[in-house]
Design a protein around this ligand. Structure first.
Ligand code: SF4
Length: 294
C-alpha cells in the first residue's frame, strides 16, 4: 500500500500557469517544503549530481567500457569513433546523442559511478539527452539546472502515481520514465510552456508503454544499455513533437497512471526476474561485433 502522498503533474502545470513561473520553480518549491532544505543547498546538490553524470559521460565516451561478464564491449566508444569518421546516418549530433546515453549506461554496467536518474538501469537517458542538446543549443548553466529540476519533479510524480522500478512495472517504468523525464525537461530547457512539458511526458511514456524488463543473466547490461539509447531518442522525438505544437489527447497524469496499471498486469516473467523475453534467448548465436564489421 502506498503511504506517500500522490501528486499530479497537471496540478503543478496549472499552478505555474497561474503564477507565470517555470515548472522547475514549482518543483523546487515542493522539494524545499518536503525536505526542509534551503533553496541554495538543493541548487548546489543538483550541480554536484550533474558533475557526476558528466564524468560518467566522458569516461564512457573516451575509453571503451568492458563489463566483467563480457557482454559489454565498449559500444558507446565505438559509435563515437565511427561518427567521427563521418559514418553517422543523420549527422554527428544524432550519433553523439546515442553514444552518450550508452556511454553512461556502460559505465554503470562496469560498476562505475553514476547518478540513478531515476534508476541505475536507465541512468543514461536523462543526462545524455540534456547535456547533448544543451551543448548543441549553447544553453546556460541555469537553464540546464532548471531542466534537471523539472526532470526530478516529473520523476517524483511518476514514482508517487505509478512506479520507477523495473521489478514493479517493467522497463516502461525505468527507461520509459527516464524518457518522459528527459522529454519534459527538454521542453522547459528550450523555452516551451508548461503545458507542452505535459504533452512531451504523455508522448514519451505512451510510446514506451508495455516495455518489458528482461535483463540477460539478470545483469543490467543487455538489453539495458541499448534501451538507454532508445529512451533518449524517444525523449527528443517527444519533446520535438510537443515544441512543434502537437497536442496530447491524454493528460500526462492519465498516461502515468495507465503505465502503473499496465506494470501491475505484467506477468512476473517480464519484471526483472530474467525469466522472460530476451533473457531467455541463447547468447552467442547472433553476430559478434567483429563479424558485423567484416
Ligand atoms: S531491462 Fe530491466 S534492468 Fe534493464 S534497464 Fe530495463 S528495467 Fe532496467
Amino acid at each position: 500500500m502506498r503511504t506517500m502522498k500522490e501528486i499530479s503533474l497537471e496540478r503543478f502545470i496549472q499552478k505555474v500557469e497561474e503564477s507565470g513561473q517555470p515548472l522547475s520553480e514549482a518543483f523546487l518549491q515542493h522539494e524545499i517544503t518536503e525536505t526542509g532544505k534551503p533553496r541554495e543547498m538543493l541548487w548546489e546538490l543538483m550541480r554536484t549530481r550533474m558533475a557526476v553524470m558528466n564524468q560518467a559521460l566522458k569516461r564512457g565516451l573516451e575509453s571503451p567500457q568492458r563489463s566483467r561478464s563480457g557482454l559489454i564491449q565498449g559500444e558507446a566508444h565505438r559509435i563515437a569513433n565511427w561518427a567521427a569518421t563521418g559514418g553517422s546516418l543523420l549527422g554527428g549530433g544524432f550519433s553523439k546523442l546515442i553514444a552518450s546515453a550508452m556511454a553512461i549506461a556502460e559505465v554503470n554496467a562496469c560498476m562505475g559511478r553514476i547518478v540513478a536518474a531515476p534508476t541505475a538501469g536507465s541512468c543514461g537517458v536523462l543526462p545524455a539527452t540534456l547535456f547533448t542538446v544543451a551543448g548543441e543549443r549553447a544553453v546556460s548553466e541555469e537553464a540546464l539546472i532548471r531542466a534537471f529540476l523539472t526532470a526530478g519533479g516529473i520523476g517524483l510524480v511518476i514514482e508517487r502515481s505509478a512506479s520507477l522500478s523495473g521489478a514493479e512495472g517493467g522497463c516502461q517504468a525505468e527507461v520509459g520514465s527516464a524518457s518522459a523525464m528527459a522529454a519534459g525537461a527538454l521542453v522547459e530547457m528550450l523555452g516551451g510552456p508548461p503545458v507542452q512539458v505535459g504533452c512531451a511526458v504523455a508522448f514519451a511514456l505512451g510510446n514506451l508503454m508495455g516495455l518489458i524488463c528482461d535483463p540477460v543473466r539478470g545483469l543490467v547490461e543487455i538489453p539495458c544499455v541499448k534501451r538507454n539509447a532508445l529512451g533518449e531518442v524517444n525523449a527528443v522525438t517527444a519533446a520535438e513533437m510537443a515544441l512543434a505544437g502537437c497536442g496530447s489527447v491524454f493528460s500526462a497524469d492519465a498516461v502515468i497512471e495507465t503505465m502503473g496499471k499496465v506494470g501491475r498486469h505484467l506477468p512476473e516473467e517480464f519484471r526483472e526476474t530474467a525469466r522472460g523475453g530476451l533473457a531467455l534467448l541463447p547468447i552467442g548465436d547472433g553476430m559478434s561485433p567483429d563479424q558485423a564489421r567484416a
